[in-house]
Ligand binder design. Structure first.
Ligand code: IMP
Length: 440
């Protein structure tokens, strides 16, 4: 059996909590895109673990796979594994030999390009992890893959081809003087050692084969999407996007498991009951201007600061056109709606039900970001709900959820014509009402 977890908004919908919860029934948790731009916190036996690359299931003794669609920074990977080992854990992480490697020059170029783009407001507010430049090299057929680290001859050949180009780009095009991050010999030595460690730990796999065989053997596999639909490189608010496909199609392409197999399992859209955004670009339902104090309140209450960057997140009302778009792009079979506790005690609430674009009412996200920036939301108002003992509610189940919150949740489910599988009402693992477990 499989389940695919997809962020339905702008990332940070609380996917980690759901992955963690349903991950108990998974044998393998596989990431299919992104890299160490993602951030999740796992609480296990009272201990808090902050991870950005190692799949959270690995903390709980599951096999974690980084699929071919991921971009892997071996430095981050090993420092996370070492940090977990120091705390007594021995995570079992496998990395696709087809996954691309983030090198130091990718991080430097990420910073250089963001600065250059900021003159024309085209900077995406990246996490600075080198994600975009690495995917660029993948598409440009000059990338270095995990499998290449295992073969020093191939690694040397690839570096000798690509590094001078990168140096010229930094120095001659952007006029920035660079250092060891662009030195073939230094990179070769460092990355050859990473390859040796991967080989010694028998950490590399032919991911598609490994996962497909596991599924055929009756194992449960969870495909864990990072980021969210509206920052998908194809379906998001380009160019203010990440460089991969968080939508469910990415689960097949990014692991090598056939879409017919992925499509037999559930695809669960993770929804935050309001919006948050760490990067730049338009956000029609943003709480700005007079509404800033309310945004500040939600940000504080919801802890809306970037896990990777620590940046304060922008806040907005729930945006239904964004969710309809996400549901269509990924074909959700279920929803997990998070953070209803954060909206408690704020008085009446609004939801962007539709947009008006050039005088016409539309119900989904338009294809260009310029059109999206012109969209004026039409709001639907909802009566708010009070703060309650959310742990008690979670224990008692759906009927204990405050009536007004139930109305809000049912509206989302009806609009998307998709059942609710879980409702999150607090950061702890047991502060969730589970209506359906897709791996049971
Ligand atoms: P990058 O993925 O670092 O290239 O950043 C591109 C855009 O995606 C920026 O707007 C980031 O803020 C956003 N982004 C990347 N990863 C995450 C995430 O895990 N959560 C939310 N936003 C993200």
């Amino acid at each position: 059996m499989t389940v695919t977890i997809v962020g339905s908004q702008l990332g940070d919908e609380g996917k980690g909590g759901v992955v963690d919860l349903w991950g108990d029934n998974a044998d393998i948790v596989a990431r299919y895109q992104g890299g160490d731009n993602a951030g999740h916190t796992v609480v296990h036996d009272g201990e808090e673990y902050k991870l950005s690359l190692v799949p959270s299931g690995a903390v709980r003794g599951k096999i974690g796979v980084l699929g071919n669609g991921c971009v892997v920074n071996p430095e981050t990977l090993f420092s996370e594994i070492d940090a977990l080992a120091e705390r007594g854990l021995s995570p079992d992480v496998r990395v696709a030999e087809r996954a691309h490697v983030i090198l130091p020059y990718h991080k430097v170029l990420d910073g250089i390009e963001e600065t250059a783009k900021s003159d024309s407001d085209l900077d995406a507010g990246t996490t600075g992890r080198g994600i975009g430049p690495t995917y660029e090299d993948k598409a440009g057929r000059r990338g270095i893959r995990i499998g290449d680290l295992l073969d020093p001859e191939v690694l040397r050949e690839r570096l000798e081809y690509v590094v001078p180009q990168k140096r010229a780009l930094a120095e001659d095009v952007f006029g920035v003087e660079v250092g060891d991050e662009f030195d073939v010999d230094a990179l070769f030595e460092q990355y050859k050692r990473f390859g040796e460690r991967l080989a010694e730990g028998e950490m590399t796999v032919n991911a598609g084969e490994f996962l497909t065989n596991a599924i055929k053997d009756g194992k449960n596999v969870m495909f864990e999407g990072a980021q969210g639909t509206s920052i998908d490189i194809d379906h998001g608010i380009y160019p203010y996007v990440t460089s991969s496909n968080p939508t469910s199609g990415g689960a097949a392409v990014g692991t090598g498991v056939a879409p017919t197999i992925v499509g037999k399992g559930d695809v669960v859209g993770i929804v935050k009951s309001y919006l948050s955004r760490v990067g730049t670009g338009p956000l029609p339902t943003e709480l700005d201007g007079d509404m800033k104090p309310l945004a500040d309140q939600i940000r504080e209450k919801g802890g809306e600061f970037g896990t990777v960057t620590g940046r304060p997140r922008r806040i907005g009302w729930l945006d239904m056109p964004m969710l309809r778009h996400a549901e269509r792009a990924s074909g959700f079979t279920g929803l997990a709606i998070n953070h209803i506790d954060v909206l408690a005690g704020l008085g009446d609430l609004k939801v962007g039900h539709s947009y008006t674009l050039d005088g016409e009412e539309i119900f989904t996200v338009p294809p260009t970001t310029e059109q999206w920036a012109r969209c004026e939301p039409t709001y639907k108002e909802f009566e708010g709900w009070d703060d309650v003992d959310w742990s008690a509610v979670a224990e008692d189940g759906w009927d204990a959820i405050p009536d007004n919150a139930q109305t809000y949740l049912e509206y989302i489910s009806d609009e998307l014509d998709t059942d609710i599988f879980a409702v999150g009402m607090g950061p702890d693992r047991d502060q969730t009402v589970i209506l359906e477990n897709p791996l049971e």
